[in-house]
Design a protein around this ligand. Structure first.
Ligand SMILES: *Cc1c(COP(=O)(O)O)cnc(C)c1O
Length: 400
């Protein structure tokens, strides 16, 4: 079949109508310096050699592509394969990106690292790489999230990071991100801002995608080795969209034959409280980029809801908006309840407790597999492990 030709973003950081650099004058130099240094690093074999070594020996890559035989047998259709990002050091894919950016920070001679975090997974990944490279680390986190995610707050502190509580707005991820951007604006010289997903102003969506694309590169190679061809369907959950973008990117040229499916959080249902920006959002600007955004009739950003803190963001990466508009990827959603049920089924059939975020992608695979012939294959990006979610899981499944 014909290959899909894809070349985004353009030099200005636009993915069609999405993305860009909607930032105040005082941030323009920061963003431009970062972009220049990143483009240089990208062409530098030494940079890639250091990163690849750490991904192998510190993160534990390549992560396995595992055939969930019992689950597939039970469902009686396509084989379900799990890309095991849950086996990465720190328990999720976030470390792939944090390592890439910290190496870039070192190259640029930055001594102070800042980050935003919601559930605390990106905060933990950032605190981890800062401990490894002996860098000062300040993580902005909403007060509401600090309350909900106490174990991750403790982890960050144990790793030597300062957790900076944010009390503005809804006191969640959106406000933590705004606060981190403000910090970067006020401390441009010594500070490097490690963004945790394919969001924010150019070059972040492109750079984070590139760092996460190791997921799809490995999956493609492993599919050829283990299945003998590419899978029919590739599915990933979408919060900001970094594990999905990382999984999809190397499959885009083959997207005429490989279906790319992103699953957003439908929360309590698309008519109630949810986080489905691609399904229900309108064009708007958040954190420096044009995207599809949950907003009220006055254009004010609406609060998102999902049972999984990692999907609880009112916006979404601009590249996903572009892939949706071009028809290269398709986006659907799963409710809180559907995610919990998928997580339960995976635990009982395969002995794998996945993150609540990843369970949204699992739900799609579990519903789709029985509708496909036995000789076909679905790959799921299992973005993280469920340890961090045990509190919620215990409540929802009444395990106590
Ligand atoms: C943060 C997180 C997500 C959501 O972020 P994306 O940028 O959309 O990948 C998904 N799964 C896990 C396990 C996470 O920690």
């Amino acid at each position: 079949m014909t290959k899909v030709v894809y070349n985004a973003p353009n030099a200005a950081g636009h993915f069609g109508a999405f993305g860009g650099k909607f930032i105040p004058e005082t941030l323009i130099k920061n963003a431009a310096d970062l972009e220049r240094e990143y483009l240089k690093a990208k062409e530098d074999p030494e940079f890639h050699a250091s990163l690849d070594l750490l991904l192998r020996d510190y993160v534990g890559r390549a992560t396995p592509l595992y055939r969930a035989a019992r689950l597939s047998e039970k469902l009686g259709g396509a084989s379900i394969w799990l890309k095991r990002e849950d086996l990465c050091h720190t328990g999720a894919h976030k470390i792939n990106n944090a390592l890439g950016q910290v190496l870039l920070a070192k190259r640029m001679g930055k001594k102070r690292i800042i980050a935003e975090t919601g559930a605390g997974q990106h905060g933990v990944a950032t605190a981890t790489v800062c401990a490894l490279f002996d860098l000062e680390c300040i993580v902005y986190m909403g007060e509401e999230d600090i309350r909900r995610q106490a174990p991750n707050v403790a982890r960050m502190k144990l790793l030597g990071a300062t957790v900076q509580p944010v009390s503005s707005g809804t006191r969640t991820l959106k406000d933590a991100t705004s606060e981190a951007i403000r910090d970067w604006m006020n401390n441009p010289e010594e500070t490097f801002y490690i963004v945790g997903s394919v969001i924010g102003m150019h070059p972040y969506p492109m750079m984070v995608r590139d760092f996460q694309s190791v997921i799809g590169k490995e999956t493609r190679r492993q599919s050829m080795e283990q299945i003998g061809r590419l899978p029919e369907v590739v599915v990933a959950c979408v919060g900001g969209g970094s594990n999905a973008m990382g999984m999809f990117y190397d499959f885009i040229p083959d997207s005429n034959e490989v279906e790319l499916i992103g699953v957003e959080a439908a929360g309590e249902g698309l008519e109630g409280k949810h986080a489905a920006s691609l399904s229900r959002g309108e064009l708007g600007v958040l954190h420096g980029a044009m995207m599809k955004l949950l907003q009220d009739e006055y254009g004010q950003v609406q609060e998102a809801h999902s049972i999984s803190a990692g999907l609880d963001y009112p916006g979404v990466g601009p590249e996903h908006c572009y892939l949706q508009r071009k028809g290269i990827a398709t986006y659907t959603s799963a409710t809180d309840r559907e995610a919990i049920e998928a997580l339960d089924m995976l635990a009982k059939t395969e002995g794998i407790i996945c993150a609540l975020e990843s369970a949204h992608a699992m739900h799609y695979a579990i519903t789709r597999a029985p509708m496909m012939p036995r000789e076909t294959n679905i790959v799921v990006s299992l973005s993280g492990r469920g340890d961090k979610d045990m509190g919620t899981i215990m409540q929802e499944l009444k395990l106590l």
